[in-house]
Design a protein around this ligand. Structure first.
Ligand code: NAD
Ligand code: MG
Ligand code: MG
Ligand code: MG
Ligand code: MG
Ligand code: MG
Length: 339
């Protein structure tokens, strides 16, 4: 079994007295910067001028240009959108890294797919929280944490692994457990998970269920509650205690339906498609497509996004959520607010 480490297993000394530059102040950036500061570390935020800068300043941070933040830091955590990392790295990070510094990432994409080739005299490590940035902050504030994967790509100081562990501890991840990985494993599993299960799998499962019911003449409001709203309630039970815990709470009728109908919907064919997706991730084909899509200014990304936002489930969902004040407003990143 893999070795999961917790707060008490981690030596914080390697990171103490070091200056940490958090580059980017979006979903992950605001959480890392605030959690590290609350854990007693010296944090500078590196940003271009804009809304994020305002937000970071309002949160009491010393905000500098990316170049200046990197210059004064010992550890540089890159929390820019993956698609913008290469240009910012070339322009502002690389020229200002000093020998013996560490550069870190929350996702391995650009290192693993060779989009960023780091200089040979810096440590390069990974701390990838397994959850959205807003929860990295919220759970930290509640005394808990989001688990994370840590790993080392390049170790020149001999401290890279200890640094990645101390950093994980600083953002609260070691309260939940941290697990060693490689940039390759983190990148491939993260892409696979979001594409087939967490994001792509779930959104398409929800939409298909909603469409099936409404096309059969059932009320969209009923279909929304059944196929979207209730997902959260079921997922909470899965999160707390796995499949058995969820099935304990549902009726035996629901459980029987789970057993007989579930495997007809998600089946061997679905798994074959998942294997196809995984091979495309492993071969670099997915990465290449996404890099090219960005170079072309994202024609397909924006067209699909507009179409998805216009789906009938979104309209009925907005109306119903407005009547449930206890359902929190959607979390948006600074970049999304700018659009
Ligand atoms: P984001 O889009 O929420 O935020 C990006 C930040 O970078 C913003 O503050 C934005 O203003 C800033 N920025 C963008 N372009 C810039 C530029 N050219 N110069 C300076 N600043 C710029 O990003 P995110 O979702 O937090 O993702 C950051 C990293 O964390 C990525 O590597 C991502 O894969 C990884 N990650 C994200 C999540 C998540 O919850 N969103 C989870 C795990 C890992
Ligand atoms: Mg992920
Ligand atoms: Mg991801
Ligand atoms: Mg029900
Ligand atoms: Mg039951
Ligand atoms: Mg986003």
């Amino acid at each position: 079994m893999a070795k999961v480490l917790y707060d008490q297993d981690i030596n914080k000394e390697v990171l103490q007295g070091k200056k940490i530059a958090v580059v980017g102040y979006g979903s992950q950036g605001h959480a890392h910067a605030q959690n590290l500061r609350n854990s007693g570390y010296d944090v500078v935020v590196g940003l271009r001028p804009g809304k994020s800068q305002q937000k970071a300043e309002n949160d009491g941070f010393d905000v500098k240009s990316v170049a200046d933040a990197v210059k004064e830091a010992n550890v540089v955590m890159v929390l820019l959108p993956d698609e913008h990392q290469v240009e910012v790295y070339k322009e502002s990070i690389k020229p200002n890294l000093q020998a013996g510094n560490a550069m870190a990432f929350a996702h391995g994409f650009n290192i693993h797919f060779n989009q960023i080739v780091p200089p040979s005299d810096v440590d390069v490590f990974l701390v990838a929280p397994k959850g959205p940035g807003h929860l990295v902050k919220r759970t930290y504030d509640e005394g808990a944490g989001v688990p994370a994967l840590y790993g080392v790509f390049q170790d020149v100081t001999g401290n890279a692994k200890e640094l990645s562990l101390a950093y994980s501890q600083g953002i609260g991840a070691a309260r939940a457990g941290v697990l060693e990985t490689t940039f390759q494993e983190e990148t491939e599993t993260d892409l696979f998970g979001e594409q087939t299960v967490l994001c792509g799998g779930l959104t398409n499962l929800i939409k298909s269920g909603f469409e099936t019911l409404t096309e059969a003449g059932y009320q969209p409001e009923v279909a929304y509650f059944e196929c979207m709203h209730e997902v959260k309630l079921i997922v909470d039970l899965l999160y707390e205690g796995g499949l058995e815990n969820m099935r304990y709470s549902i009726s035996d009728t629901a459980q029987w339906g789970d057993f007989v109908s579930g495997p007809r919907v998600v089946n061997e064919e679905t798994k074959a498609r998942m294997q196809e997706v995984l091979s495309e991730i492993q071969s670099g084909e997915f990465a290449k497509g996404w890099i090219l899509e960005n170079q072309a200014n994202r024609p397909q990304f924006y067209a699909t996004n507009a179409k998805e936002n216009a789906h009938p489930i979104e309209k009925v969902g907005k109306e119903l959520r407005a009547l449930m004040p206890f359902v929190k407003q959607p979390l948006q990143t600074n970049d999304e607010k700018q659009k």
